[in-house]
Ligand binder design. Structure first.
Ligand code: FES
Ligand code: FES
Length: 169
C-alpha cells in the first residue's frame, strides 16, 4: 500500500522543485509533478482563498487566473504551471485596497456562504479585463462555469455590472 496521499500525484514520481509565479512573486515548491496547483497554493503557500470544490474542473471554486485566463487549479498540475503567471483572489487587491469587483461584491452583499466567491471573482476579473462594459447576458455567460449552491447569482451579476461602472480599478 502506498504511503502517499492520493492528491500528491503519481506514486511513481519523486518530489521535485518547481518555480511558480503567484501574484507577481516567484515561489519554489517541492512536490510531485502532477500535484494540482490548488494544493501548492493552499498547502505550500498558505493562500487559502482558492477553494476546493469538485476536484474535477467542473465547479469553478478553485479558479485562478492562469496567464490571464480563468482556469481550474484543481486540474492544473504544478509542472504545467512553471513559467506561467498565476493570480489568486489574494492577488486582486492593490496595496491592500480591494479591487472594484471586490468592493462591488461587498456593497451588493453578493455572497451567501461565500465558498464560491473567490472563483467567481476570478472569472469576473478576467471578463472586465477583456470587456470593460459587458451587458448582463455577457456577465451570465462569463460566469457560466462557476457554480453557486447558495443561489447568489442574481446579486453576483448585479455586482459585476456595478463594478463595470466604477471609475477606480
Ligand atoms: S474544485 Fe476545481 S473546478 Fe471544482
Ligand atoms: S455563496 Fe455559497 S456557494 Fe456561492
Amino acid at each position: 500500500m502506498s504511503d502517499s496521499p492520493a492528491w500528491a500525484g503519481s506514486p511513481l514520481t519523486e518530489p521535485e522543485d518547481f518555480d511558480i509565479e503567484v501574484n507577481g512573486e516567484h515561489h519554489v515548491v517541492t512536490c510531485r509533478r502532477d500535484t494540482p496547483v490548488l494544493y501548492a497554493l493552499r498547502g505550500d503557500l498558505g493562500l487559502k482563498g482558492t477553494r476546493f470544490g469538485c476536484g474535477l474542473g467542473q465547479c469553478g471554486a478553485c479558479f485562478v487566473l492562469f496567464d490571464g485566463h480563468p482556469t481550474p487549479s484543481c486540474d492544473l498540475p504544478v509542472w504545467a504551471a512553471a513559467g506561467h503567471s498565476i493570480v489568486t483572489v489574494e492577488g486582486l487587491a492593490t496595496d491592500g485596497r480591494p479591487s472594484r469587483l471586490q468592493r462591488a461584491f461587498t456593497e451588493e452583499q453578493a455572497a451567501q456562504c461565500g465558498y464560491c466567491m473567490s472563483g467567481i471573482l476570478i472569472s469576473a476579473t478576467a471578463l472586465l479585463q477583456q470587456e470593460p462594459d459587458p451587458d448582463e447576458a455577457r456577465v451570465r455567460e462569463a460566469l457560466d462555469r462557476n457554480l453557486c449552491r447558495c443561489g447568489s447569482h442574481g446579486r453576483v451579476v448585479r455586482a459585476v455590472l456595478k463594478a463595470a461602472k466604477m471609475e477606480t480599478p
